[in-house]
Write a protein that binds this ligand. Sequence first.
Ligand SMILES: NC(=O)C[C@H](N)C(=O)O
Length: 334
Amino acid sequence: QETVTKPNVVILATGGTIAGAGASAANSATYTAAKVGVDQLIAAVPELSKLANVRGEQVMQIASESISNDNLLQLGRRVAELADSKDVDGIVITHGTDTLEETAYFLNLVEKTDKPIIVVGSMRPGTAMSADGMLNLYNAVAVAGSKDARGKGVLVTMNDEIQSGRDVSKTMNIKTEAFKSPWGALGMVVEGKSYWFRLPAKRHTMDSEFDIKNITSLPNVGIAYSYGNVDDTAYKAFAQAGAKAIIHVGTGNGSVSSRVVPTLQDLRKDGIQIIRSSHVNNGGFVLRNAEQPDDKNDWVVAHDLNPQKARILAMVALTKTQDSKELQRMFWEY
Ligand SMILES: NC(=O)C[C@H](N)C(=O)O
């Protein structure tokens, strides 16, 4: 009989709905997140042992809306330690879906490894009818253990799709078809096998200039949302609270209300970086000097990064530079 050596995959559990529990099987939306421990998650999918030698670690147990910068750093450091270990072939992180796109992008920027790192969650708790967590986890372990997932950056397996952690975003809060990228999925995972269609073009992991091992803390970056009749209250409050950068969530092209422009010009003169993004639903595409004179104002554009991803890159970038031109380069390259 042929002996196949199975890959070693570590599952780092952080909480979320994938570890959630409801009162009845009919509770697909009403439940408590972050209840079930990692050993129980693994035990619920016995088929994992056919894919890989799996072991679990409970890194934290929280709903992802409560993830802090310190949590991100803690998780990032543990991922780096495991990635450095010779007996680890791939890492899966179970995570709440609310900020999953932020954590996935953060790890994509700061982990210096080509080993697969997969972030996964679920839209329904494991106690619900048609719970999606088991299959999402099975797919995550399958991709984490596969050689062809190496070097593709941090990935997300939700709803049978393999998404780039850089691009993917939660676009819906109740359907299992929730995670989408404006530029499409990278591939599919079906019955434990991956099928690839495209590769990420942006810098990540091995090719990134950022390294979790050199990051001791992350700066305060705020996000201020635009709408009709907006004023500068939020921007001033973030500045007062010590923000080093403010992500402007503009309308359309990342446009800025005439009531807000002078404040943003002043804040920039005070040393705060102003980064223009957009709140359009299907992904923004903000270009320099379109609608606002960024060269003159010394502002930065987030290009296609949504506001919450722009915050992640701004925090990581500001650990290396305070120069707005360098910051803009990073926003084009990552
Ligand atoms: N579906 C989920 O995981 C939502 C939950 N609030 C969380 O992010 O932890």
